[in-house]
Design a protein around this ligand. Structure first.
Ligand SMILES: *Cc1c(COP(=O)(O)O)cnc(C)c1O
Length: 449
């Protein structure tokens, strides 16, 4: 009865899996924000290298991972899979619970799986600097790390509430050589406009994206990089699920339920897409996306075209959205505060290939603490949504007397999020369900297509 299921370095996947080759309906095309016509490669080449634009649209099933990326992946991949024996015992469930642990990367989350190839392709294209945004700080950390590995400068626009709540994330980014600004800043038109209207604006991921995109679009040597949502990002993350499949095989098991937290959808996609390929081909399997009740994109949003950012600079994407100017409450799972989700995840959810659940943050932290006490690792607040989802499935199995296999993604550790735990332990966290009224209001401001 293994606890750790470990693959040797040589088993790192050599190709990423592209679900666009297999999904029943492709996502609707991105539209140009002004003309509302489908965007072409030229519209994107101001801020992305051509290799990534190609990955954004290709329907090839398998995409070769470059040798230099594989070499860097070996610093932490293959990541371990654990059987959560002690959590199962604590729950008294007949279910088998497994988790894939992405907190072993140098940045402490799954995000370097894509920041590394993104830095690589930008370097190949001769780009000198990358401008990007970060919410909780994990993406900024991952990009700063990748920039340092490939010798590219990195400028990070960090959502102001997180900048103030999480100084250690900023210090990590600066240690890897990045420059970090609290967003909204007075360095961009988008930032200045927001500050004029509200000098105390706490920032949001949408605003920070506007600033980073503007920075990249107005500097020739600078490109933009996104840590979630886009097809190429989800593609890169499939190394998680491809490894997980081999690891499950090693112990002669296969999941009945795959669970991931969903902020933009990249870690959920990374773990679940290789399994969804089997589901599309007839295998029985459930995939559950777990989101915060305070930012209930899939469970309460609408499936429509919306901007990826607040200022309306990005192409329009077909997504479940709460409205691009939605500013979610400052909950601790900062990485799950995005107003929409990846078009690929949204389309699969729309087509019934995924389910979604939303939980309030106190229930999530209760699950996180139970996990920490039984399995040891203190999980990231984001990942704890997946833990809560997995625990609920395990308790359902207990009720129904079923011995199902549950696999979830522990997308990162929480050792730089301890303030969130302090607040929870002191009873300071409140639950915040986003009022339907406000969602309707934000949705009324969606672009007409
Ligand atoms: C960023 C982040 C998330 C949310 O992003 P996805 O694209 O939905 O994966 C989840 N967990 C951790 C640890 C993160 O850093």
């Amino acid at each position: 009865m293994e606890t750790k299921i470990i693959l040797p370095d040589r088993e790192i996947p050599k190709k990423w899996y592209n679900i666009m080759a297999d999904m029943p309906n492709l996502p609707a095309p991105p539209l140009h924000p002004a003309t509302k016509q489908p965007v072409g490669p030229d519209d994107l080449s101001a801020i992305f290298p051509m290799a990534l634009i190609e990955q954004e649209v290709t329907q090839e099933r398998w995409i070769e991972i470059p040798e230099e990326v594989l070499k860097i992946y070996t610093l932490w991949r293959p990541s371990p899979m654990f059987r959560a024996h002690r959590l199962e015992e604590a729950l008294g469930t007949p279910a088998k619970i497994y988790y894939k642990y992405e907190g072993v990367s140098p940045a402490g989350s799954h995000k370097p799986n894509t920041s590394v190839p993104q830095a690589y392709y930008n370097k190949q294209a001769g780009v000198k600097r990358i401008a990007t945004e970060t919410g909780a700080g994990q993406w900024g950390s991952a990009m700063a790390l990748a920039g340092s590995l490939f010798g590219i400068d990195v400028t990070v626009y960090m959502v102001k509430v997180s900048y103030n709540q999480k100084p250690y994330r900023r210090i990590a980014m600066e240690t890897w050589g990045a420059t970090v600004h609290a967003s909204p800043t007075d360095l961009t038109n988008a930032g200045r406009k927001i500050l004029d209207e509200d000098p105390d604006n706490p920032g949001s991921l949408g605003i920070a994206i506007s600033e980073a995109v503007e920075d990249a679009a107005t500097h020739d040597d600078t490109n933009y990089a996104l840590g979630s949502v886009l097809n190429h990002v989800l593609l890169h993350q499939t190394v998680i699920g491809l490894e997980a499949k081999k690891q499950m095989e090693m112990v002669g098991d296969y999941p009945d339920v795959v669970v991931g937290c969903c902020g933009g959808g990249s870690n959920l996609a990374g773990l679940s897409f290789p399994f969804l390929q089997d589901k599309i081909n007839g295998k029985e399997l459930r995939v559950i996306a777990v989101e915060p009740a305070s930012c209930p994109t899939l469970t309460k949003g609408e499936f429509r075209y919306d901007f990826g950012d607040t200022a309306g600079l990005t192409p329009l994407l077909m997504m479940y959205t709460l409205g691009h100017d939605f500013v979610p409450p400052g909950i601790h799972a900062g990485g799950l505060r995005y107003h929409a989700d990846a078009p690929l995840v949204c389309q699969l959810y729309h087509d019934g290939l995924m389910e979604a659940k939303a939980y309030p943050q106190t229930a999530v932290f209760k699950a996180a603490v139970l996990f920490a006490k039984s399995e040891g690792i203190i999980p990231a607040p984001e990942s704890s949504h997946a833990i809560k989802g997995a625990i609920d499935e395990a308790l359902r199995c207990k009720e129904e007397g079923k011995e199902e296999t549950i696999l979830f993604n522990l997308s990162g550790h929480g050792y730089l999020d301890l303030q969130a735990y302090a607040d929870y332990l002191e009873g300071k966290l409140v639950d915040y369900e986003y009022p339907e009224e406000k969602i309707k209001e934000a949705l009324s401001r969606l672009p007409q297509v």
